[in-house]
Write a protein that binds this ligand. Sequence first.
Ligand code: SF4
Length: 382
Amino acid sequence: MGIIYSPQDIQNSLLEWFRLSGRHWIPWKLKKDGSIPQLGESISPYEIWIAEVMLQQTQLKVVIPYWEKWMKAFPSLTSLTEAELDNVLMIWQGLGYYSRATRIHQSSKILIEFVGKNRDQDPHSWPNGIDQWMSLPGIGRSTAGSIISSAFDLPTPILDGNVKRIFSRLLATKKKSIKDEKKLWEFSSLLISMIRPRDFNQALMDLGANICTPKKPSCSFCPLQKFCVAYKKYDPDDFPKKEMTKKKPLQEIGIGLVFNKNGELLIDQRLESSSMGGMWEFPGGKKNSYESVEKTIERELKEELGIVVQVREKLLSFEHAYTHKKLNFTVHICEWISGEPQPLASQKILWVSPDKLFDFPFPAANTKIIAELHKHLCIDNK
Ligand code: SF4
């Protein structure tokens, strides 16, 4: 890797910068009384674990209000294990990548066996080994490393997106390959401070968030400038190598809003094994190229629920972007003609009064439909 400076030089520069400019206010990194933990002092892993999973695909400023809401709803591991998945998904609603919430819920049942019901307030009851954390659903090496270093001040390296970017620039590593990923992990293990691992990992994350940003890094304020090959020899913006951004494919989706004679609306709960498993949604599905959207709705409702409907007026259509695809939703009010609805492609179905829809966890795209439906039915949400 051609290192011409010692890891300690980097540690010293980074830790001094962290002392002056780090984000020492992040709530889950503090003790219950709001003070900063001492060197080597353990703090509760529960709050850190939840925050780290939330942060996997989401920025800190977005995560904080969700984390606060979560901690009010499920203040301890024990309370989380006792919660229904529906309630967990409700708190997660709007944060996206819902499988993260489902996996947290699954992990809580595994963790409580290890920690013990009445001992979850004691950090020493929790696992502090990398393999133990990585055996939990949805926890990779970097998330595990971050939880352990933050909670127990142990030297477990991390390599999240921010840290990868910093290291790629420090080393001017351009290629993205498994071999390079392995080298970056080695670099992270080599650099981590054995004396202040918690602060060191946090300093890396703070540097990535505030100084070594994806575009136009603030190199003139960077404590690692003198060690940085990309800064000295190249344009740091060129590191790491950018992925070619592919155009997201667009898929047409037809959705049917079916009412019964009591004015209740039919919703179904996605299979646990599917993406967004456990979330509720309105019935419908993908349009085939040879059919109209009205035909799609009729076909999908027959296949999914075993009912025959007459597609009536259009309520709205809108586009919603996901990570790898865009969906164009067209939503129609439907008249229920025949057949008793059954969960043929879902785990549960329910008839729900339209004003109660927000009591259920829906993916973001469906919440747009609910808002429009409430306008249509003159339901005030204030
Ligand atoms: S000098 Fe610039 S590119 Fe290098 S680590 Fe610092 S901010 Fe990033």
